[in-house]
Design a protein around this ligand. Structure first.
Ligand SMILES: *[C@@H]1O[C@H](CO)[C@@H](O)[C@H](O)[C@H]1NC(C)=O
Ligand SMILES: *[C@@H]1O[C@H](CO)[C@@H](O)[C@H](O)[C@H]1NC(C)=O
Ligand SMILES: *[C@@H]1O[C@H](CO)[C@@H](O)[C@H](O)[C@H]1NC(C)=O
Ligand SMILES: *[C@@H]1O[C@H](CO)[C@@H](O)[C@H](O)[C@H]1NC(C)=O
Ligand SMILES: *[C@@H]1O[C@H](CO)[C@@H](O)[C@H](O)[C@H]1NC(C)=O
Ligand SMILES: *[C@@H]1O[C@H](CO)[C@@H](O)[C@H](O)[C@H]1NC(C)=O
Length: 282
């Protein structure tokens, strides 16, 4: 298993270092690339250096357990985004989970639980952990990160999924438009369809963008714009790609990979649903 060490989060070289790391993840974990229908899978994980104060039985570990339980039991009721803090002084743990806006309450809850298991498995001795699944993003740390923009990001694409050159600028300007609209939407989540009108007339591209809800909408826009700039050479000529950041996320594809209806971001149904799920957990 390959880990990205994230202790240098605040330095500029993080991005350069994250890109080769993710390509390795991609090769390890996605032999079929992005050609499969939308299913959940782990995209990446990032663990800080092992710290022996995270061992079994320590106060930090106990707080972490209760934090992870709390994230999993509250995320659905909070429309797919929940942040909380457990513990005092040196043993405080800050945690956050965000579910992709189009998935169901059940899948949000499952994805959160699965990401907490992956965290314990991949990063058992780390105090600062990020787990990116396609459908949810889990982060916890002994230091507060709420509302702070973090540059760490990973992009996933298949080098062979090259798009028609005539569509490259249309695709990128479409995603740039999406980056302007998403921050204005409730829940900072948005999907859009591009009807291509170049040589590929009649074909479509599907875009989706989302931000964590602890940042301002101006920061959401900056975050999305930065992803498009930073990963431009990797995604610029591709038909399908995904970007997972620490505060914002983008997906681009040639088929509708997202669901039209979300029980998470709308409607009455989530109340009944979430209580039922919490009962099961308890
Ligand atoms: C990329 O896509 C091609 C064609 O769809 C596929 O044959 C290949 O296995 C994929 N590569 C990876 C690394 O997933
Ligand atoms: C979870 O996602 C899968 C795949 O998209 C779907 O078939 C299933 O119905 C979803 N589960 C729930 C509880 O919505
Ligand atoms: C969670 O993990 C279980 C067991 O590996 C798997 O069957 C399920 O599909 C996963 N659910 C989600 C939403 O990731
Ligand atoms: C968080 O943990 C790291 C080591 O894992 C330590 O260097 C740092 O001082 C801790 N921060 C706080 C606020 O306790
Ligand atoms: C179609 O092409 C025209 C002219 O090139 C351009 O202004 C317009 O934005 C394009 N429409 C879409 C949906 O890309
Ligand atoms: C979503 O809605 C659009 C327009 O209403 C429709 O064309 C499309 O087939 C729907 N997709 C799915 C996956 O339900």
């Amino acid at each position: 298993m390959l880990f990205c060490d994230g202790r240098d989060n605040k330095e500029m070289h993080t991005l350069h270092f994250v890109v080769p790391c993710v390509i390795s993840f991609f090769l390890l974990l996605f032999p079929d690339g992005l050609s499969v229908a939308d299913t959940n899978m782990k995209a990446a994980s990032q663990c800080s250096e092992a710290d022996y104060s995270v061992s079994e039985g320590t106060a930090f570990q106990t707080n972490l357990r209760s934090l992870l339980d709390s994230l999993a039991s509250n995320v659905v009721q909070r429309h797919g985004f929940y942040q909380t803090i457990v513990g005092k002084k040196g043993n405080k743990v800050y945690g956050s989970v965000l579910c992709r806006g189009d998935i169901s309450a059940g899948n949000c809850s499952d994805c959160t639980l699965n990401s907490t298991r992956v965290a314990s498995n991949d990063c058992p001795m780390s105090k600062d952990v990020s787990i990116w699944f396609r459908w949810c993003y889990l982060r916890y740390s002994n230091e507060s990160f709420f509302g702070n923009m973090q540059p760490t990001a990973v992009a996933i694409t298949n080098e062979t999924d090259v798009d028609d050159p005539s569509m490259v600028s249309e695709g990128l300007s479409f995603m740039s438009g999406l980056a302007a609209v998403a921050p204005e939407k409730s829940f900072m989540f948005h999907t859009e369809v591009l009807n291509l009108n170049t040589s590929q007339s009649g074909k479509k591209r599907y875009g989706m963008a989302q931000c964590t809800r602890d940042i301002r909408k101006e920061d959401c826009k900056t975050c999305l714009d930065d992803q498009l700039v930073n990963f431009r050479t990797l995604i610029g000529n591709k038909r399908r790609w995904e970007i997972y950041g620490s505060n914002c996320f983008m997906w681009y594809n040639d088929y509708q990979f997202y669901s039209n209806v979300s029980s998470l971001l709308s409607g009455e149904s989530f109340h009944t649903c979430s209580y039922a799920i919490i009962d099961v957990i308890a």
